[in-house]
Design a protein around this ligand. Structure first.
Ligand SMILES: [Zn+2]
Ligand SMILES: [Zn+2]
Length: 225
């Protein structure tokens, strides 16, 4: 089956639409991004009602901020890992620790900015655990895989053709990073590396981060060596 990948930049993040026999979205952007998302899918000739599932790679504010609006637009179901569900209860989003000095600087800024962020409430329809979740039922030859570390409930979407949508398990954009590589902040940097080993062992070829352009997996091989 031919699978089409449509990156939709919505400001700070990229939401990916993946189209096989069905269409899914990966991540829900920061708040107030539904118009950009709508323009992006229209350009790719995808109708909102074709989208049946929104996979949230994790619960940070910049990945769930427009989910309520996207759900209203598409009627899609939402999938999230059980260990990130607590983010939905926060009035103002919490921020993870910094792994590096630069990561700590970014987090210090985000902590100040957090008080101005409000996430419209939405319901999660599919709460997954640590086991793989097949996307075949949604018309996509691939699966959702548990890849914690950036947050405790982070997941990645893997296509059978070798593409991996990893959320914030890797980053490739300023101000986070100059070059593609590991995230400068998150819950546990050692667990991030373990998750990377898991993805490498699964034979992925191309990494699609939520922040920045895709890049070959060999870069991550070197990053965790
Ligand atoms: Zn994140
Ligand atoms: Zn992010």
């Amino acid at each position: 089956m031919e699978v089409k990948i449509v990156p939709i930049p919505v400001g700070f993040d990229t939401i990916y639409a993946v189209k096989g026999e069905g269409v899914i979205l990966i991540d829900g952007g920061d708040p107030h991004k539904v118009t950009k998302l709508k323009e992006g899918i229209e350009k790719a000739s995808i109708k909102p009602e074709e989208i049946r599932l929104i996979v949230l790679t994790h619960g940070h504010w910049d990945h769930i901020g427009s989910v309520k609006d996207i759900k209203d637009l598409t009627g899609a179901r939402v999938l999230m890992h059980q260990k990130d569900m607590h983010f939905l209860d926060e009035t103002h989003p919490s921020q993870p620790p910094g792994f590096t000095l630069w990561g700590m600087v970014i987090i210090a800024f985000l902590k100040l900015y957090s008080r101005f962020i409000r996430i419209p409430a939405f319901e999660v329809d599919i709460v997954v655990g640590d086991e793989d979740f097949s996307l075949v039922e949604y018309g996509i030859p691939g699966k959702v895989v548990y890849t914690p570390g950036h947050s405790w409930g982070s997941v990645s979407v893997l296509l059978e053709s070798g593409e991996a949508f990893v959320g914030d398990l890797a980053m490739n954009m300023l101000p986070m990073r100059l070059t593609p590589g590991l995230p400068p902040f998150g819950d546990d940097t050692q667990i991030v590396k373990k998750s990377w080993q898991k993805l490498l062992d699964m034979g992925i070829k191309t990494v699609y981060p939520a922040h920045g352009e895709p890049f070959p997996v060999e870069i991550m091989q070197k990053a965790i060596a």
